[in-house]
Ligand binder design. Sequence first.
Ligand SMILES: NC(=O)c1ccc[n+]([C@@H]2O[C@H](COP(=O)([O-])OP(=O)(O)OC[C@H]3O[C@@H](n4cnc5c(N)ncnc54)[C@H](OP(=O)(O)O)[C@@H]3O)[C@@H](O)[C@H]2O)c1
Length: 333
Amino acid sequence: MQLTAIPDGIVRANNFGIVDTDVGAPNKGQVLVGLRRLGLNAGLAHRLGGEGTPYGPGIDVGDVPASDAVVEVLVSNVEELRTGDLAVGKVPWRTAAVVDGDELRKVDGAVPSEGLEAYLTILGHVGFTAYTGMIHVGDIRPGEVVYISGAAGGVGSCAVQFAKAYGATVIGVAGSNEKVALLTDVLGADRAINRHDGAAVDLLRDAAPEGIDLYYDNVGGEQLEAALEVLNFGGRVVICGAVGSGSGSGAPANYRRLIYQELTMRGFTVTAHEDLRVQFESEVGGWLREGKVRSIHTVFDGVDRVPEAFESLLAGGSSGRVIVSVPSQRLGR
Ligand SMILES: NC(=O)c1ccc[n+]([C@@H]2O[C@H](COP(=O)([O-])OP(=O)(O)OC[C@H]3O[C@@H](n4cnc5c(N)ncnc54)[C@H](OP(=O)(O)O)[C@@H]3O)[C@@H](O)[C@H]2O)c1
């Protein structure tokens, strides 16, 4: 699947096309993998058009994007990986690809009852991001009030559940009534806001009459400014992402609130926190087995639906992580 046209503003499914290519054979240290689940990221949209961005190198016409995925080993020239093993890693949008063995993390043990999707959600990159941001950087404590933007998205849906697991009062904001219901009825948020119902600051003041202690920011823009208005003295902001702040700097107009309210804002990059991986897998894996947390995802079946899935993700029509499912390519399975 490659980029066939540079999007003119809005990314459309027809900006991508399927091309047949020869996959080749793996050399020493490499494996041939078959795609099983492909996780899509909104951040990739910023890179379409060839220009490099903070999200990664640019993607030009003819380039094949890459995303994190669950793959099945088809042929292995790596000692630790055998045919049939499942692994997680960043791979090109291809049904089969040759990748370096050290780019993959083998998935051990029984597949979670939630299915392979869990490796790309609650146990995957977005879950690890939410865990790092909420538990380590945000240092969420029982009884605190936390506000989470993009709360029904991939990272947000995990952040809501982790904050609840740590005993916080959670207020989430999302872009539709369906997502608001998901937040309160499925994910356990105490209150939820539809961001299209009014000005962000008014909606947040109504939802948080006691103020907020922590703001987990996935979007920036007016949500960040609203949170700065409503944060209690000594409050904290975790800057995880800025998908909603357009192409500008995203700097809040009311940043002086940091002075008056003695607020702390801290950004983070999840890849700098690999040391937390074991703690994350143990704690969140335990919650998953206990049924305390769950995987939130929207699945599209078939690799030919990747462009449609990506368009849906960017249009905000899907809840949780958007994932494309592909059947096993091993013979006899
Ligand atoms: N710091 C790190 O290391 C790290 C790692 C991974 C991801 N991230 C960042 O984390 C953020 C969330 O990632 P994700 O994978 O969860 O993305 P996602 O699933 O696409 O969720 C982002 C949510 O943002 C909301 N949104 C989109 N445009 C908006 C706007 N203009 N104003 C307000 N909300 C808007 C959408 O929800 P509604 O329409 O429902 O509001 C969407 O569900 C992104 O900014 C990403 O870049 C950071």
